[in-house]
Design a protein around this ligand. Sequence first.
Ligand code: JFZ
Length: 475
Amino acid sequence: MKKYLLLSLIVIITTTNQTLAQNKKEIDVKYGQFTQLPRQDNDMKKWRENRFGQFIHWGLYAIPGGVWEGKTYPGAAEWLKSFAKINQQSWDSLQYQFNPKKFNPTEWAKMAKNMGVKYVTITTKHHEGFCLWPSKFTDFDIEATPYKKDLLGEFVEAYNKEGIDVNFYYSVLDWHHPDWRYKIDSEEDKIAFQRLLKYTENQLLELIERYPSVKGFWFDGTWDQSWKDNGEFSYNLEKKMKALSPGLIVNSRMRADEYGSRHFDSNGVLMGDYESGYERRLPASWDIKVTENDWECCMTIPYNQWGYHKDWSISHIKSTYELLEMLVQCTSQNGNFLLNFGPKGDGSFRKEEAKISKEIGSWIKANGAAIYGCEYAGLEKQSWGYYTKPKGSNIINMVIFNEPISGEYRVKLKKGQLIKNAYSLSKKNKSIKVVEVAKQEYLIKIKKTKGDEPFVIVLELEKKDSKKLHQKALT
Ligand code: JFZ
């Protein structure tokens, strides 16, 4: 009797599983992902090791800085043309004022280097359509400004000289181009948008050819129906770009598949090389969807300002430690952190940004070992802060943002992991007391610090499950 019961149970389970599998049947996606993820080539490995990048939003919008005809608009400064309903001619004529006399690419690159970023992503063309490089395909570019010179070229050269990887942000949405359409309603729209697509392709291939050291592209302005209806085009475009520049890294915001599904195709497969949907927010969980994918979070210092805005009193300005905590959280979740800067129209940085970048830099100088080349440590998060793990090492970093009143830091390791030694990153040869409180569970005891700075405790692990070693480690 028991035997029959078991048999029928098995039959029920297998049929239910089959029905579930049938319901989840994959649909045929022609213009989805064409790369095996996560990418394991050297370019992608470098991208992953970099962890920390600088985002730069710079364009004509830096000149008005959120203020038009005496009125301050609190929204994102790079959207001012839209918020203030400024006519095309008035906005476009800003190009005749664009003359950043204080722009010193060498100083910019030095500032970035001192902040500790390993890569930069700069707006080559934002929604306004203005191009920071002399493009063969438009006159709405740097060449027609009083500045005249190839600003982007100077930028790339200076950053590369400091060993910083350069990526290009490019907005497909274009408020200047007469052929831009939000949706295609007529045959005329269709023809116009085909010209826009050709323009887009020309410019992107031009950027790769002019600046061959470019590491990746950060697409934006891809949410409108017109672009979503052209999944075949963006699929082929990504292929063409990668054929011209093997190793190129493209964000998930570039494409939609033929069903209009963005970032992830209709089967839930990520498109591009990493997920770029974390905008001004961090992943809430440490689940595998996060920690096993490549992703990047882009962040503003104010609530929501990317381009230069004259008035930063409108919203909360994040503190240096708030931003550092985000960088560390991203690292602990296997992601990159891209922190935005919006230089002024004259080519200088506002003092708040200069200060924050200096402060971040001095912390990273001492604690960078817990960021660069680090990844998700595979451990349960504790309330004192974040674990990061140098890839392939036997080390786990504890980056402390909240000091417990008790001075005791709980650590729960995985089966087979033992603590061999613990020390503070700033005092490497002084061991810290470790008490085993349960299996694979420890309390790290340290004297209360002045609590004025986040700090790093390093745990050296012993993988061999030897009782002897274990005892030794805890004395
Ligand atoms: C876009 C731009 O409109 C903005 O000006 C800035 O350049 C930013 C980096 O990107 O804004 C977005 C894009 C995507 C989301 C939100 C704002 N999103 O996915 O939530």
